[in-house]
Unconditional design. Structure first.
Length: 99
């Protein structure tokens, strides 16, 4: 069996990736909303997002609404594929489908 993806496998990054994978492809979430959902500090979330962005798993889009800066996040196609592979490998490791 192949090794589980170390970029996704870290607990915080797994939570981020799973949350973003729950969005429909092409949908995005605002940084503060993801931070709230995960109960993470802004600094901790930013650090883990950077690792996911460096791996081309997450797209970070910085824009403005009026004069207010807004950061949106979503999985890239590569990130979605990596998460699907990760979950398949985890199911295999655990011996079947997860309920």
């Amino acid at each position: 069996m192949d090794e589980l993806d170390p970029v996704i496998h870290a607990s915080a990054r797994l939570r981020i990736t799973a949350s973003l994978a729950a969005l429909d492809p092409g949908d995005r979430i605002a940084f503060p909303r993801l931070q709230e959902l995960l109960g993470m500090t802004a600094g901790n979330l930013s650090t883990h997002l950077r690792k996911l962005e460096d791996a081309d798993y997450v797209r970070v889009e910085k824009t403005h609404q009026g004069r207010t800066p807004v950061t949106y996040l979503n999985l890239t196609p590569a990130g979605r594929a990596a998460f699907e592979t990760y979950t398949e490998q985890l199911r295999s490791l655990l011996g079947g489908e997860l309920a």
